[in-house]
Design a protein around this ligand. Structure first.
Ligand code: BTN
Length: 263
């Protein structure tokens, strides 16, 4: 679910370096507050990458550690009004996983709605903001050579980074280009409508890595059940012990805790 967001004090730092990559225009900055905020005013197929973010944003107004050496990227993509587009956040996760798999990262999986994990550690997070009708800013943070736990000790043991997973770590420009290439492909498929979703949805659902018992924090109310994947509106399916499934929109779920994985 994308929530319209108002921008305050969103002045971009001057004179970014602009490059063209696979149909995208990428503006590169040394430092920004949040690349999503800088990208808010840009047209579709533009992207912002920054070496550091001073106010990196995560879901639910959390902050996102954005130290040097990570990929902090925001891509402006079209957003249609047909139902398929509700899966855009999940399709973005698929594109990021495709890009990482293409580099040789193994054991990738998604934790609903927008965490990219290797085994149980978070490698990447996504934040989609809708600042204006018809376009969405897809914010993508990937730990590469950075050390997020050095900035926030609570992250210790929770995160991983590409430098630990690959023999050769890609540079940030190569990674940017791979992510944007995959994102554009996925969006082109989504834009074909219902048949595009038919192609994407099984691939998205495969990334959850099995039917898991989970607990949802529905803004204070806790609900347990089995995560049974996502539907065509991008909602999470939670099956109770009697087999009845309730669907929840991403905006309803403050947190999902994985309890166990079925064999
Ligand atoms: C999350 O897991 O809570 C989402 C994290 C999203 C972080 C990225 S980094 C690039 C973009 N700019 C931001 O301020 N946030 C996103």
């Amino acid at each position: 679910m994308m929530i319209p967001v108002e921008i305050s004090g969103a002045a971009a730092p001057p004179t970014p370096m602009a490059t063209r990559v696979d149909g995208w225009t990428v503006l590169e900055y040394e430092s920004v507050s949040s690349s999503n905020v800088v990208a808010a005013a840009l047209p579709v197929w533009h992207a912002v990458r920054a070496d550091i973010q001073t106010q990196g944003r995560g879901r639910f107004q959390r902050s996102w550690v954005s130290d040097r050496g990570g990929l902090w990227l925001s891509a402006v993509v079209p957003a249609g009004s047909t139902p398929e587009w509700k899966t855009l956040p999940l399709a973005t996760g698929l594109a990021v996983c495709d890009a990482l798999a293409g580099l040789g990262v193994n054991e990738l999986r998604m934790r609903w709605p927008n965490d990219v994990l290797v085994r149980n550690r978070k490698l990447a997070g996504l934040l989609l903001d809708q600042f204006a009708p018809g376009r969405v800013v897809a914010g993508i943070g990937i730990n590469v050579q950075n050390h997020p736990e050095a900035s926030d000790q609570r992250l210790s043991g929770q995160t991983c980074r590409l430098a630990e997973l690959l023999r050769t770590t890609p540079d940030l420009r190569e990674l940017t280009s791979r992510v944007l290439w995959n994102l554009r492909r996925v969006i082109e498929v989504l834009a074909t409508g219902s048949s595009g979703l038919d192609a994407l949805l099984p691939r998205i659902n495969q990334l959850w890595a099995g039917n898991r018992r989970v607990e949802l924090d529905l803004d204070g109310r806790l609900e347990q059940g089995h995560f049974s994947g996502v539907d065509r509106a991008g909602r999470l399916g939670l099956a109770d012990d009697h087999g009845a499934t309730t669907f929840y929109d991403a905006s309803q779920v403050r947190h999902l805790t994985e309890i166990e994985k079925n064999p």
